[in-house]
Design a protein around this ligand. Structure first.
Ligand code: ATP
Ligand code: MG
Length: 143
């Protein structure tokens, strides 16, 4: 199922992300695509709010990969957030243990995941964001 939304502010983008996130379950992978500054990280922040993610755990690769310890209705939920913008090859992905952090009982959100669509599971949920004006964004959700 493909859904399309128009957001007029950061807050609205986060609200769409929150609605989307209520359907996520551990094991799900989300591929967030769109140009630099489209709003992928803002969308991710909306997802993180749903799972009550507080402070980031420290990570040596914090700009590429972050782990959040969250919860949903009292149950622990782990969120993995990747930003593959600077990753250049599947071999480089291996150096951060990408697949080990992608598959498991956690929710994985991958910015720039479309660069490595061969590595992502076929059933990854796809979110595409593009600018439609200074503060407007078109959000397309597939999955
Ligand atoms: N409706 C909107 N939704 C989301 N962001 C918006 C919106 N309107 C303006 N913005 C601005 O667009 C920028 C989005 O930045 P964000 O870091 O989320 O982009 P990104 O897609 O993650 O970029 P990058 O590829 O560099 O990681 C922010 O500066 C935000 O304030
Ligand atoms: Mg980003």
């Amino acid at each position: 199922m493909v859904r399309e939304f128009y957001s007029r502010s950061v807050e609205e983008t986060r609200e769409y992300a929150q609605q989307f996130a209520t359907g996520l379950r551990p094991g799900d992978v989300v591929c967030l695509s769109g140009a630099l500054g489209a709003g992928k990280t803002e969308f991710m922040r909306g997802i993180a709010q749903v799972f009550n993610c507080g402070e980031q755990l420290s990570s040596p690769t914090f700009s590429i990969f972050n782990v959040y310890d969250g919860s949903l209705r009292g149950e622990p939920v782990t969120l993995h957030h990747f930003d593959l913008y600077r990753m250049e090859s599947p071999a480089e992905l291996d150096t951060i243990g990408f697949e080990e952090y992608l598959y498991g009982p956690f929710i994985s959100v991958v910015e720039w995941g479309e660069k490595f669509h061969g590595v992502l599971p076929r059933n990854a949920k796809k979110v595409f964001i593009e600018s439609a004006g200074e503060n407007e964004r078109r959000i397309v959700i597939d999955g």
